[in-house]
Design a protein around this ligand. Structure first.
Ligand SMILES: Cc1cc2nc3c(=O)[nH]c(=O)nc-3n(C[C@H](O)[C@H](O)[C@H](O)COP(=O)(O)O)c2cc1C
Length: 193
């Protein structure tokens, strides 16, 4: 008998571990959003998770195309794959952007100086450049800003909440794959692999 509820709970625990554990493959995921009619995908670091209701969180530069895309259309998809354990998680999500609010302020206050400098770049992410620029202040290539100066990055900082509406879990097995969906965290049913 295949207990899909147990498999689902185990994967949620792996996701939780992936927030801090960079050797867990769930530490990063692929986020796809719509740029007009074109899907755009990129790698993102998992920063947080709530179990009930299920939500995942990440950080981004407010000036980046992904934030513009999610502002126009908050429906998106998050994809995780654990190559060793051969498990794929695919989530249908709705994005909620936290920018210059109590939630973004709290996350920013816990963001280390090394990460804060990524939000201090003079250029909008993905903008064309006439010549190479690392898009962090050049004085901080080898050091980090002090706390006071790092505050300048907050204007570009966004914390993104992804509310998960549907989960699709695929576990590969040589003697028959297991695949099931979870709707709104409670309705679990098999789908054909
Ligand atoms: C390992 C890895 C982790 C990344 N994590 C993030 C992240 O957490 N947030 C983010 O905005 N971009 C992250 N990026 C960069 C994005 O993949 C992307 O290149 C950049 O944000 C521009 O995306 P956009 O033009 O679609 O907005 C990461 C890239 C890599 C390779």
């Amino acid at each position: 008998m295949c207990k899909i509820n147990d498999i689902y709970q185990t994967e949620l625990e792996y996701l939780k571990d992936g927030i801090k554990n960079s050797s867990n493959p769930y530490h990063t995921f692929t986020l796809s959003s719509l740029n007009g009619i074109y899907p755009e995908s990129r790698t993102i670091v998992l920063r947080g998770l709530d179990f009930d209701p299920l939500k995942i969180y990440f950080n981004a530069d407010y000036r980046s195309p992904k934030i513009q895309e999610l502002t126009k259309n908050h429906f998106c998809s998050a994809l995780f794959y654990d190559r060793k354990r051969k498990i794929q998680l695919r989530f249908k999500c709705q994005a909620v952007l936290h920018y210059q609010n109590n939630i973004s302020r709290k996350i920013w206050s816990n963001t280390v100086l090394q990460s804060r400098k990524c939000y201090m770049g003079p250029h909008s992410p993905s903008k064309s450049l006439d010549e190479w620029h690392p898009n962090i202040p050049l004085e901080y290539l080898k050091t980090d800003p002090d706390k006071e100066h790092s505050k300048e990055g907050y204007i570009n900082f966004t914390h993104v909440e992804l509310k998960i509406m549907e989960s699709d879990l695929l576990q590969l097995h040589h003697d028959g794959h297991i695949r099931f969906k979870v709707i709104n965290g409670n309705k679990l049913f098999f789908v054909s692999p």
